[in-house]
Design a binder for this molecule. Structure first.
Ligand code: PLP
Length: 425
């Protein structure tokens, strides 16, 4: 059976060159990178080379890269760590103009999520994020909210874009962090990060971005984006699962999340996953070389897929079509279809794609991202994400265009939802 994988935003295959680079660190070069003997020093050198490779991808300094277990940890560290930092007695200058003096906070607080507390009468730290973040950010913010942290969730327009003026209006003297994702995982929409970063810088508020879905797809420069903290994950850029990085700009203070040994200067302890780190480094290096040509080729295929589906299938629409987007992502609304049923039917035909929905307790809720851009419950549940990758071919897109219209027509014929959607492809 022909198998076409169009779910690269969920994860990517490990590039063969990445696997080759990793393999020695499972066997011959297995030593602990903290050991002072020669094998240990070889592992250390490999991890430090990877740090340089990741830094180069971001136009950062190697010392600004912290290896983590992936995007989720990086996001948690940036957010919990910034709030814990804000609770220390001395922090940053207060906001200019009308901003009241920052109230005194309680004594240094351990950074763990379970330990946040506020002196009665003092303003709790405030976070600004968006309604369309990944759960790694949203649920972290919600956990902090339960502990008394104030969180503003910026809305987005029909194309999934934040309005920088809304961000300005949301700023408070006690805003401890602005965390706004770069590329959205469901829509591919790219936020105006440079402008957002400028606003954060102007007000001396730390700015974190979840770049898990943009790293490896578009060029990234932490200075152009004015990012103080940035999360990325290896498995979204043809590296292994379970390893990622947090960029922390020199001079930006974030409390650590984990306590343990002296690894990574004690800031992120735990014996380093050298093979994974080497894989992330190699993936970052490969990405830098192939990014421009990949982006041009993949976006041409993505556009062909979108055009072809719209031409062949009535009552079909591209979500967030007018926004700047990552080159590989298409989110398409097939009116009158249950998205999960279409994913399963397409899987039976050999096509892997996804609904942008979280499955909890057996019930698939409509995607919070799609409802945030104004889709109704039914429209959100009728939308599918196709995400292309480095190895997607023109033949695979042709196969998808030959297959999807028939499957949609079959499902519509069975569906009691809407007679008008039953037109044959
Ligand atoms: N942030 C975004 C935007 C993502 O798409 C993902 C994964 O899907 C994550 C964070 C979490 O990354 P990880 O799977 O490495 O924990």
């Amino acid at each position: 059976m022909t198998r076409v994988y169009l779910d690269h935003n969920a994860t990517t295959p490990v590039d063969p060159a990445v696997l080759d680079a990793m393999l020695p660190y499972f066997s011959a070069d297995f030593a602990n990178a903290s050991s002072i003997h020669t094998p240990g020093q070889r592992a250390r050198a490999a991890a430090e080379t990877a740090r340089e490779q990741v830094a180069a991808l971001l136009h950062a300094k190697p010392a600004e890269i912290i290896f983590t277990s992936g995007g989720t940890e990086s996001d948690n560290h940036a957010i919990f760590g910034s709030v814990a930092q804000a609770l220390l007695p001395v922090r940053r200058e207060p906001l200019p103009a009308t901003a009241p003096t920052r109230p005194a906070t309680n004594a240094p607080t351990p950074p763990s999520s379970s330990s946040t507390s506020f002196t009665s009468g003092s303003a709790a730290p405030h976070l600004i994020t968006t309604a369309i973040e990944h759960e790694a950010v949203l649920n972290t913010c919600q956990a902090l909210e339960q502990q008394g942290v104030a969180v503003t969730y910026l809305s987005v327009n029909r194309d999934g874009l934040v309005d920088p003026q809304e961000l300005r209006a949301a700023l408070r003297p006690e805003t401890a962090l602005i965390t706004i994702m770069h590329a959205n995982n469901e829509l591919g929409v790219l936020q105006p990060l440079a402008e957002i970063g400028r606003i954060a810088k102007e007000h001396k508020i730390p700015f974190h971005t979840d770049a898990v879905q943009s790293a490896g797809k578009i060029p990234l420069d932490v200075n152009a984006l004015h990012a103080d903290l940035l999360s990325l994950s290896a498995h979204k850029l043809y590296g292994p699962k379970g390893v990622g990085a947090l960029y922390v700009r020199t001079g930006v203070k974030v409390q650590q999340l984990l306590y343990g040994g002296h690894h990574q200067r004690g800031f992120r302890p735990g014996t380093e996953n050298v093979a994974g780190i080497v894989g992330l480094g190699k993936a970052a290096e490969l990405t830098q070389h192939s990014l421009a040509s990949d982006a041009a080729r993949i976006s041409a295929l993505r556009d062909q897929l979108e055009r072809g589906l719209l031409e062949r299938i009535p009552h079909t629409r591209v979500n967030a079509a007018n926004a700047p987007r990552t080159p590989n992502t298409a989110n398409i609304l097939f009116s009158g279809i249950a998205g999960e049923a279409l994913v399963i039917a397409l899987d039976l035909k050999g096509i892997a794609c996804s609904v942008g929905a979280a499955c909890s307790s057996g019930a698939v809720e409509p995607s919070h991202v799609l409802t945030a851009i104004g889709l109704s419950h039914d429209e959100a549940k009728s939308s599918l994400r196709f995400s292309l990758g480095r190895h997607t071919t023109a033949a695979e897109i042709t196969f998808a265009l030959d297959t999807i219209p028939h499957v949609v027509a079959q499902l519509r014929a069975l569906s009691p939802i809407n007679e008008t959607h039953r037109a044959a492809p």
